[in-house]
Design a protein around this ligand. Structure first.
Ligand SMILES: [Zn+2]
Length: 408
């Protein structure tokens, strides 16, 4: 009997021992879970705190920006009130009326004063901005282009703001704060054909000039495919408006007077301008000069017709143009009753090469179709020497797999 009791006690003891071990283990692992749960919760708390901090920062930023906008709005109201009696506009229109033509910058100024005085309901403000854009566009008057585009945009007109015109508010603030940045901002719109602001550096401020894969001009050479494209110039007489825009001599053509029909689609002639030497090369050789006729379709597509100029007889139209060169850079000269016909610059043979390219000046925008005539027109040696730009040609660009086609 005693023996059984002892066995029973021993069994009980073992069971108790096992139970206490199990209990101790369960207790330990429970705490462990609890500890890891606690860690998770605290990590989540930290994250929430971070998010809160960030949100607070964003709120502070937004508040600061709102204050800036409010300040600008107040300033604008004061300026608007000052102009609302119309006296400034009257004076300005009287002064400008006496001048034969206005630069893109002055037209933007006139548009702004009209808009401040009469609001955008008055079509004359919009008209001034549109006129300014016509003159400034493709003439590298970037500041005027940006002002006019922004103004038309706020007038509810369908205008695509050029990427170059988008300056972030904080960048602008930094520029205002820092005289040095101001200098570089002024430099930003400036470019040349030689030196530190020459073609190799255009890409620093106008990225497409460096990164574009369909850039102009090209060296026209090698085996050529055929194109079925047709071009038919319908250039008419237009009052002479000629400008030295600092990069070339440009003749602005009255809208709607002259047309280039490309595959039955009409392209309005906007302007024509000159490069020395000719930008497109033929088997590695540049013509003495080239005249680029710039056209735009209703849909906004651009077409450039290039006519090489080589030394030969005196050119009657160029004689008229050179005799009326504007004295100062930036201003359009429009001698009274002077009528020209751009068609007189075209040779009789209109055989051409064609390729997809870009503006040959900053911002080097792509999507421009080029038609380069194979036959050149004449320009005399004296006329060549009278052109005010020694060199204003962009070097030839990489083909990057593009095909140059010929129409015959
Ligand atoms: Zn050109």
């Amino acid at each position: 009997m005693k023996k059984y009791l002892r066995i029973a006690l021993e069994v009980l003891l073992v069971l108790l021992l096992a139970a206490s071990i199990a209990f101790a283990y369960m207790n330990f692992s429970g705490k462990k879970h609890l500890a890891s749960d606690m860690e998770e919760v605290s990590a989540e708390l930290d994250e929430t705190k971070d998010t809160l901090d960030k949100t607070k920062e964003q709120l502070d930023d937004a508040q600061a920006k709102l204050e800036e906008v409010e300040a600008s709005a107040k300033q604008f109201e004061i300026v608007k009130q000052a102009f609302s009696n119309g006296v400034v506009l009257q004076d300005m229109e009287a002064v400008y009326k006496a001048q034969k033509s206005l630069s893109a910058e002055r037209l933007v100024g006139l548009g702004t004063v009209r808009q401040l005085t009469k609001g955008f309901e008055d079509s004359s403000a919009v008209e001034a901005f549109q006129k300014s854009l016509e003159i400034a566009e493709l003439g590298a008057r970037m500041q005027a282009v940006c002002s006019a585009q922004s103004a038309l945009l706020s007038a509810g007109k369908k205008v695509t703001l050029m990427a170059e015109c988008l300056v972030k508010p904080n960048e602008k603030k930094a520029q205002d704060d820092d005289e040095k940045s101001k200098e570089s901002a002024a430099k930003k719109v400036h470019w040349t054909y030689e030196g530190e602001e020459g073609p190799e550096h255009w890409g620093e401020n106008y990225p497409t000039c460096a990164n574009g894969k369909k850039q102009s001009p090209l060296n026209i050479t090698g085996e050529m495919g055929k194109t079925r494209d047709t071009i038919s110039p319908g250039y008419k007489e237009t009052p002479l408006k000629i400008i030295n825009n600092g990069h070339t001599i440009q003749v602005n053509v009255e809208a709607g007077t002259s047309v280039l029909t490309v595959n039955k689609e009409p392209y309005d002639l906007l302007q024509f301008h000159f490069h020395r030497p000719g930008e497109e090369q033929f088997n590695g050789k540049s013509p003495a000069m080239v005249v680029h006729f710039v056209h735009k379709s209703k849909a906004g597509k651009l077409v450039v017709l290039g006519v090489p100029l080589n030394e030969g007889k005196e050119n009657p139209l160029i004689k008229t143009l050179w005799a009326n060169l504007p004295a100062k850079e930036g201003e359009e000269s429009a001698p009274e009753k002077m009528i020209i016909n751009p068609a007189t610059l075209l040779p009789s043979d209109l055989s051409f090469y064609t390729y997809e390219g870009s503006l040959t000046t900053p911002p080097c925008t792509e999507g421009v179709n080029f038609y380069i005539l194979k036959t050149s027109s004449d320009i005399s040696k004296g006329q060549l020497n009278k052109f005010p730009f020694k060199v204003n040609a962009r070097p030839v660009q990489e083909l990057n797999g593009r095909k140059i086609l010929s129409n015959n």
